[in-house]
Design a protein around this ligand. Structure first.
Ligand SMILES: *Cc1c(COP(=O)(O)O)cnc(C)c1O
Length: 477
C-alpha cells in the first residue's frame, strides 16, 4: 500500500480553514519558517480513500473476535463516544480558570468517588496516562511514604515472577531493587518464599491479581499480611479489574494502592497506542503524597489543589480527560449491578471457552479461571513441531485476532485467551469451532498450517528484523 507521501501531487489539497474569529497577529520573524513544511498534498477523495483502505487492512474489536489476553479487547459502547464528543468536554483548554469548567471538574470528582467505591480506596489521581504509568505513580507513593518516615533502608520491591512485565519495570524506574518471588505452577505466590524474602528492607509488594494465568491468588489475605507485618506496603495491579469489579475490592484485601486501566475495564478503545488512562487509588494515609492536581469540592465549587507532600507532576496537567468521561459514562450506564454483572459475565465466558478448548489443547493450569486462561502448546510442539505462532497465524486466517502469545513467560508455547464480557455464546462457539479445525489440521496437515495466513494483508513478516531494524521513516526512492 502506498504512503500519503507517495500519493501526494503538487497542487492537490483540501485545506479549508474557518474564518478567523480573533484579531490577526503577525508571528515574530524568528518564529517563522524559512521554507514550507514537507507535507503531502492530497485531495479530500484521495485522503478519505487512503484511510478507508488502511482501516480495512487492520483488525479491531469492531471487526471480529479479539481474545487478546490481559488486554481486555471488549466492545466499547457508543454512548461513551457520544459523551466524550460533547462540545462542553472537547472545546476546553487546560489553562482555563476553574470556575469556567466546573462541569468537567465534577467529572473528575464523580469518577474518583466511583472508583474509590469500586476499589475500596480513599483517594485517587487521574494524572497517569496508562497502566504502566500508574504503576510508576504507585511505587513513587511507596517511596515517598517510607522517606517521610525516615525509613531509608526499604529499597526492595517484591514481585512474583508471574507478574505483568510492567511491574518490575516500574519498580526499577522508581529506583527500587526488584526481588523476584517464585510462583507455583498456577502462577500463585509461593507464600513461604514470600515470607522468607520479606524483611526490614522491603518497601512493598506488587501483585498482579488475577495473575497472568488468569487465577485469583487464593492466599491473597495471607500475602498482604506478610508484607504489612514486615513494614511494607501492598500494591495491587488492577489492570484486569473486569474480573473482580463489584465482587471484591483490593482495599478490603489488604492493599494500600491500586492502579486501574480504565481504557481496558471502563471502555475506551485501545490497542492503537492510546490515549489510555491509569488512575491510581490509595488509602487515606497516602493521600498527601498523590501527584498534583487533586480535585476538591468546596463551598464555592470545585478547585484544584496540590497535596502537601506531593510526589509532583507525572504529566502535563490533569490526565487524559476524555478517557475519564468515557469511564464515568460506562459506570453510570451500568450502575453497581451492571458493573458486577460485567465481571460475572467476563468470568463465565472465560470458563466456558476454557472448558471447551481443554478438549483440544492442554491448559497451563487446570483450575477454574477468572477473566482469562492460558493454553500451552508445549507437548504439541514436541510431537509435531507446530508452535503457538502457527496456531495464531491460522486463527488470523479464520478472521480471529490471535490471543496473547508466549506470555506469561513461565508457560511454554503459551496462548493466553480473554474472551471478555461482551462476546456472545454464538461468537465463542464459532471461535471454538475454529480452534477445533486447527487442532484437526495439526494432526492431518501441519504443513498447511505453517503456510498460513494466506489472505491477510501481511502474512509472516520477519518479526525479529521488524523489531531490530524497524523502517519507520519515509525515504524517497
Ligand atoms: C495492560 C496491563 C498493564 C499495562 O497497562 P498499559 O496501559 O498498557 O501501560 C499492566 N498490568 C497488567 C496486568 C495489564 O494487563
Amino acid at each position: 500500500m502506498k504512503l500519503l507521501f507517495e500519493i501526494s501531487r503538487d497542487g492537490h489539497g483540501c485545506d479549508l480553514l474557518p474564518p478567523l474569529d480573533v484579531p490577526e497577529v503577525a508571528l515574530p520573524e524568528k518564529e517563522r519558517r524559512t521554507s514550507p513544511p514537507a507535507l503531502p498534498q492530497l485531495s479530500e477523495t484521495e485522503l478519505d480513500r487512503h484511510y478507508t483502505r488502511l482501516a480495512k487492512r487492520t483488525f479491531g474489536v469492531n471487526s471480529g473476535f479479539y481474545p487478546l489476553g490481559s488486554c481486555t479487547m471488549k466492545y466499547n459502547p457508543r454512548i461513551s463516544e457520544e459523551m466524550a464528543a460533547l462540545p462542553g468536554f472537547t472545546d476546553i483548554h487546560p489553562l482555563q480558570p476553574a470556575h469556567t469548567v466546573q462541569g468537567c471538574m465534577a467529572v473528575f470528582a464523580e469518577t474518583g468517588k466511583a472508583l474509590c467505591g469500586i476499589t475500596g480506596m480513599d483517594a485517587v489521581t487521574f494524572q497517569p496516562a496508562a497502566g504502566a504509568h500508574g504503576e510508576l505513580a504507585g511505587v513513587l507513593l511507596i517511596k515517598a511514604y517510607h522517606a517521610s518516615r525516615g525509613d531509608a533502608k526499604r529499597t526492595k520491591i517484591l514481585i512474583p515472577d508471574a507478574a505483568h512485565g510492567t511491574n518490575p519495570a516500574s519498580a526499577a524506574m522508581a529506583g527500587f531493587t526488584v526481588v523476584n518471588i517464585p510462583s507455583n505452577a498456577c502462577g500463585c505466590v509461593d507464600v513461604e518464599k514470600l515470607r522468607a524474602a520479606a524483611g526490614d528492607d522491603t518497601a512493598g509488594l506488587m501483585l498482579t491479581n488475577p495473575n497472568t494465568l488468569g487465577l485469583f491468588d487464593e492466599n491473597i489475605l495471607e500475602i498482604t499480611e506478610i508484607v504489612h507485618k514486615a513494614g511494607g506496603l501492598n500494591y495491587y495491579d488492577g489492570a484486569n479489574l473486569n474480573a473482580v469489579m463489584g465482587i471484591v475490592r483490593p482495599g478490603d484485601m489488604g492493599f494500600d494502592i491500586v492502579h486501574l486501566n480504565i481504557h481496558k475495564t471502563f471502555s475506551t478503545p485501545h490497542g492503537g497506542g492510546g490515549p489510555g488512562s491509569g488512575p491510581v487509588g490509595c488509602k487515606a494515609f497516602l493521600r498527601d503524597f498523590l501527584p498534583v492536581f487533586q480535585v476538591v469540592e468546596t463551598d464555592d465549587g470545585y478547585r484544584f489543589t496540590n497535596p502537601p507532600a506531593t510526589v509532583g507532576s507525572l504529566k502535563a496537567f490533569y490526565g487524559h480527560f476524555l478517557v475519564i468521561v468515557r469511564a464515568l459514562t460506562y459506570i453510570r450506564t451500568l450502575g453497581a449491578e451492571g458493573i458486577r454483572d460485567a465481571a460475572v459475565q467476563a468470568v463465565l465466558n472465560a470458563n466456558y471457552m476454557r472448558g471447551k478448548l481443554s478438549e483440544y489443547f492442554d491448559l497451563a493450569c487446570d483450575r477454574p479461571c477468572m477473566h482469562e486462561f492460558v493454553l500451552t502448546l508445549h507437548k504439541i510442539r514436541e510431537a509435531t513441531g507446530v508452535t503457538a505462532l502457527d496456531v495464531a497465524k491460522a486463527l488470523l486466517e479464520n478472521g480471529i485476532h490471535p490471543p496473547t502469545m508466549y506470555f506469561p513467560l513461565i508457560v511454554h508455547e503459551a496462548l493466553m485467551i480473554e474472551p471478555t464480557e461482551t462476546e456472545s455464546k454464538d461468537t465463542m462457539d464459532e471461535a471454538i469451532a475454529v480452534f477445533k479445525k486447527i487442532r484437526d489440521l495439526i494432526r492431518t496437515d501441519p504443513e498447511q498450517l505453517r503456510r498460513m495466513p494466506l489472505t491477510t494483508p501481511v502474512r509472516r513478516p520477519d518479526e525479529v528484523g521488524a523489531a531490530r531494524n524497524p523502517r519507520l521513516k519515509f525515504t524517497e526512492k
